[in-house]
Design a binder for this molecule. Structure first.
Ligand code: PEP
Ligand code: MN
Length: 276
């Protein structure tokens, strides 16, 4: 039983909708394989610039960095807010990369819309309809992460909210579900990627960093995501993961990132050849 309309590949009259393509920076999401890369949190100016340089060298990406963070504990690092935005903007300008950050509060939307190339709605806010609606109204691309406790239908419905506000620029992001497992932070639901690709016309990306919580699993889950049909990957990368102020265990370092992108690009080539 589905209650969806605009997100679906096939409309009510049985006609196929065009796959959504979204221009961000010099890339077309849904056409070019797409990376969203950067540290969990923007901690200072130097670290985000070091990451941006490597991201640029490996072919570019939507440069991500947490600025306004939502942390489980009120006693851990909460993000640098506007100062982090300033560093992220500068790094994006310096290396000519588009930027994205998570929007966590409807009151921030008006300012952030002037600063970012795309918005991220995080797992904790996938059911926050007022925030989704306010962000949708900007018309900017939105990466909509799947809620950690939500089913695929609820995820698609949140995307439906954005589309029904007249904003067609939605990218779905699978980032793992909370399950009984404790060897991983979450359980990556690759079947959701396949379903999203089969049922909707939207681009779908995977975040193997939050899905596993373990940098040693990021490569395997990235390659598996490509084979499951992902249009892109969101990867947390930090110059010195052990010293990271948030999500230290899941971030790859700069060397690992370079190697990872090479393997992902090879896998994308293989997949595209296989399914052409
Ligand atoms: C993030 O990407 O920084 C993040 C907090 O992700 P999620 O909302 O998936 O936990
Ligand atoms: Mn993180």
């Amino acid at each position: 039983m589905y209650d969806l309309d605009l997100v679906l590949k096939i409309d009510k009259n049985g006609n196929k909708r065009e796959d959504t393509k979204i221009k961000i920076g010099g890339k077309v999401v849904g056409e070019d394989f797409f990376f969203v890369s950067g540290p969990c949190s923007v901690e200072d100016e130097e670290m985000i610039e070091r990451v941006a340089e490597v991201v640029k060298d490996t072919g570019g990406a939507l440069l991500r960095g947490g600025t306004y963070k939502l942390r489980t504990s009120p006693y851990t690092f909460q993000g640098l807010g506007p100062l982090a935005m300033e560093y992220l903007i500068n790094a994006g300008k310096k290396y000519n990369l588009p930027i994205i950050t998570e929007v966590v509060d409807t009151r921030d939307v008006a300012k952030l819309v002037e600063e970012v190339d795309a918005f991220q709605i995080g797992t904790r806010n996938m059911l926050n309809y007022p925030l989704i609606i306010e962000t949708a109204k900007t018309g900017k691309p939105i990466i909509l992460k799947r809620g950690m406790n939500t089913n695929i239908n609820e995820w698609f419905n949140s995307a439906e909210y954005i589309l029904s506000m007249g904003n067609p620029n939605v990218i779905l992001c699978e980032r793992g579900l909370r399950t009984v497992e404790y060897y991983t932070r979450n359980t990556l639901d690759l079947s959701a990627v396949a379903i999203a690709k089969n049922m909707t016309h939207l681009p779908v990306i995977v975040d193997p960093s939050h899905a596993t919580g373990r940098s040693d699993l990021v490569e395997q889950m990235s390659l598996a995501s490509v084979m499951a049909g992902a249009d892109g990957l969101m990867i947390e990368v930090h110059p010195n993961p052990e010293k990271a102020l948030s999500d230290s265990e899941q971030q790859v370092d700069l060397e690992q990132y370079v190697e990872l992108v090479e393997k992902i690009n090879k896998t994308v080539k293989f997949r595209n050849e296989l399914y052409k």
